[in-house]
Design a protein around this ligand. Structure first.
Ligand SMILES: *[C@@H]1O[C@H](CO)[C@@H](O)[C@H](O)[C@H]1NC(C)=O
Ligand SMILES: *[C@@H]1O[C@H](CO)[C@@H](O)[C@H](O)[C@H]1NC(C)=O
Ligand SMILES: *[C@@H]1O[C@H](CO)[C@@H](O)[C@H](O)[C@H]1NC(C)=O
Length: 391
């Protein structure tokens, strides 16, 4: 993970990021506002103010409410004070137009909600909250990036209107930057598994690893388990990052994607496992397109699974996205290393481009959430796209 221009420069020199990661869709021309409840791409929904700092916007994450309205949050960089928040924008017309709805504000640390928000709907009653309760995890740390960092958990019981603090998921001493040896934590991803809530994240606190991927679990949303590794390379400077996980329902397997920075040059890798608490024992596989060019996605991956719209046999498609490529990578349920079909979807790439299956007037669609790229920050804004589910 990167947190400001200085660290971005460090990353470029230290981890050999390819220029293609940075140039794809960097500066963009807005499309006209789409009509309500239609398919569209590259729809800018939030332009940062001219006074916004650093990256201005990055890392968009979405959610859909039961009434089909849509939420978007992102890593925001307004001038401070007031303390930065994770904004919540809402669309009631299938993602065509959006307005400011609420914000997840830091209620405990006095630092702001600064990096990598993630939204999740509880699929079952859990921890004293009803099914349908919305959870939000995010990174809270001071503007100076020094003095400590928490991954914090917030909850909304009124469809994202108001938010309350629930618990600290993890703490690092900081500084919250990507320098090896600095006790930083990044990029929470929440998922229920087997009656527990899992929080996956990136962890620089282990002195044996510049960064590794880990998870913790909870039975009550308040107390969190000890750490379990998911990806930890023996080479100290290797930095696996940015876990996302999807359940392959047809086979009851799980797939995780991550970027393999360091000796992997930030190429997107994946692991599959029957138990998503046991990715550590699975081998990471490079995600390479099976087109004649063997397209390789670099950086900031995201993965989802959904039933295959072209079949009615219960089989599905795995859809993966990487920061350096506009197309998505689509596989069948076995996640065959030779099975990654490269499908152009007409949507800008982004750091990182989130994927979510939504419904628009009852019909399944794929929604993208873009927060901009790590090129010229003045090109960044928040955009979405809604398309037919590719397969
Ligand atoms: C959006 O709304 C929230 C909650 O009302 C408010 O705190 C925030 O300042 C608003 N943001 C903008 C950019 O207007
Ligand atoms: C595939 O590679 C060829 C030859 O380098 C190039 O001309 C073409 O644009 C590439 N196609 C894609 C889709 O990247
Ligand atoms: C690529 O993978 C897909 C499955 O996702 C398969 O249908 C297709 O035949 C493969 N293409 C090649 C050239 O192997």
């Amino acid at each position: 993970m990167l947190s400001n221009t200085m660290h971005y420069t460090q990353l470029i020199s230290g981890l050999f990021l390819l220029p293609s990661i940075l140039s794809t869709s960097a500066c963009v021309t807005p499309n006209p506002t789409p009509s309500a409840f239609t398919d569209f791409n590259d729809n800018i929904l939030f332009f940062p103010a001219a006074t916004a700092v650093q990256w201005k916007t990055l890392y968009a994450r979405s959610l859909q409410l039961p009434d089909e309205s849509l939420l978007m949050t992102w890593e925001n960089y307004p001038a401070e004070p007031p303390l930065v928040t994770h904004p919540i924008y809402k669309s009631v017309d299938g993602g065509a137009t959006w307005s400011n709805f609420s914000a997840i504000t830091d209620k405990v640390n006095g630092w702001g909600m600064r990096f990598q928000p993630f939204l999740y709907t509880l699929p079952q009653a859990f921890g004293g909250y009803a099914a349908g309760t919305i959870l939000a995890a995010g990174v809270s740390t001071p503007f100076s990036l020094t003095g400590g960092v928490y991954i914090d958990l917030y909850v909304s019981q009124d469809n994202a209107q108001t938010w309350n603090f629930v618990s600290h998921i993890a703490f690092g001493n900081g500084p919250e930057d990507i320098t090896s040896g600095h006790a930083a934590i990044w990029e929470p991803f929440l998922m229920m598994y087997n009656g527990q809530l899992v929080c996956y994240f990136s962890d620089q606190r282990d002195s044996a690893h510049s960064q590794k991927l880990v998870h913790v679990t909870t039975n009550d949303l308040h107390t969190w388990s000890a750490l379990v590794n998911d990806v930890a390379y023996s080479a100290y400077n290797d930095r696996p990052g940015m876990t996302t996980v999807a359940h392959i329902e047809s086979t009851n397997q799980y797939i995780m994607t991550y970027e393999y920075c360091g000796s992997g040059k930030c190429a997107v890798y994946y692991k599959t496992a029957a138990n998503p608490l046991n990715f550590n024992s699975a081998t990471g596989i490079a995600l390479v397109g099976n087109n004649t060019n063997h397209s390789v996605p670099y950086g900031s991956p995201y993965v989802i699974w959904t039933a295959n719209p072209g079949k009615s046999d219960g089989s599905g498609v795995i859809i993966a996205s990487g920061g350096s490529q506009e197309p998505v990578f689509i596989n069948s349920d076995n996640a065959d290393p030779q099975g990654w079909k490269v499908v152009d979807v007409g949507q800008w790439s982004a750091y990182s481009r989130s994927l979510r299956i939504i419904t628009v007037k009852g019909k399944k669609k794929l929604m993208f959430g873009n927060g901009g790229n790590m090129g010229d920050p003045s090109c960044n804004s928040v955009a979405n796209g809604v398309i037919e589910v590719p397969y």
